[in-house]
Design a protein around this ligand. Sequence first.
Ligand SMILES: [Zn+2]
Length: 518
Amino acid sequence: MRLLCFGLDGADYDLVRELLAQGRLPTLARLSSEGTFGPLRSTIPAFTPTAWSSFLTGLNPAGHGIFAFTSNPNRGGGRLESAASRAGAPLWRYLGAAGIRSAFVTLPFTHPPEPLSGILVTGFGGPRRPEIVPLVARNAILTAHPDLRVSRHPSDLQDFAAAAATLSGHVEEIADVCFLALELEPDLGLLCVDFMSSDIAGHLMWHRLDPAHPAHRASEAGDELVQVYEAVDAACGHLIEQAEWLWDEQPTVFVLSDHGMKPTHWLFRANRWLEEAGYLSFRKDTTARTVTEPAAYAPELEDSLVDEQPPFAEIDFGETRAYCFGYGGQIYLGEVTGAEEDRGLANDLAEALAEVTHPESGEAAFEVRRKEELYQGFYLDRAPELVLLPRDERVHVDSTRQRWSETFQRHERLFAQGTAHFSGQHAVTGILAAAGPGIGRATVPPGSEITQIPATILALHGLAAELDAPEIEAILDAAATSPRRPVEGVSQTPVAASGYSPEEEDLIVRRLRDLGYE
Ligand SMILES: [Zn+2]
């Protein structure tokens, strides 16, 4: 049994279905017709570090402890999250314990690397230049790709053709790294790769694809986002052919995304709403940070654009009973004020948030989920007390501490910095396609989620482990559902700390912030 698992990072279920109907994703279309295709739910929050951590460990977010790129400073832990601050065993440990070699290429949140039976090329959420183990693989891969990066971000957002070429070029580069990994490790039981370009394209290019987007201009329309999806689809097709040729057998193939993506038509400034409703206070005396740092994107845009954004302010936690932090609608109850333990307050706030109405339809804008129903595990205390899930995912819940005056804002202007330059944001529903030995011709059952993928991969190898989420049994054929051998004695401890200097850590946090991730 040999598996290929391709991550089309941030690929949206609705968009992919549309593109399949148009015949623009031939590899995915073939896999869907030969095997299975359907929606795959992300974690809550639907966020890259959280979702890939669940993909790697089979644990829910309170099990592995990763809710964002950087931890909530009020809830303990270091500032920059990584594989070193994550609990649970990554998939390669289970496979390795069963004698199966594996390669993981640019999967987010795999830094710092650890020795494994196979190859690891670290991905997004660590240093821009990946670290690669073992040394022999590092030397071979960096000799072929001396300028390798975990992702490439277009620097010029005036020229979207060039931006799409940058993102598609990175897809081809990463596909070649995969090919090298296949050559270096002839006995792989799993090659797993994530293409980050489709996520970046979704953030930057959605207003050009969606004519209804408030920031869409007829003179600046384009389907560059789709071109990047097509580049990933083509790369997957080539890698399947290469693997078949090298292995002389048909691999089992997964294509999946860690979350969906939707065009952002409205921004809901959650901290502004909480301030107006009397739950949150900003400190009056200090302006924490004005927007004067150089923009990660469009550095050529003049400062006037930057100046139109309001300044940042610090939250006065001594006077705050609830605040929004991180990505994907996470609402935390105040720690300093003791609100964290106040169930009555959680109920009242949940009710009030459930009554917030959509700016266009006038209907309830959010489904408000409670910590107890979403999470279980060792890191439950790190989890938000409430999570706001927009019923219309064109609404994006923004956790900024910038002093915007409106609670709901139509997303008409794209700024050079922060999340304000993103025209698309994450949605809950990603994709899963699978075909080949062990996969039946079935539909993906509704409610299937990314946390179930490691158990599913182990099941295809005839293995079982104690994970939070079971395998997606319905997509496995009879041969793959026969009795499984338990994998035991796998270390659950985090990998050794990264050894970042405070300066390096600062640099990474600042870059994440420029990209709109903090
Ligand atoms: Zn992602």
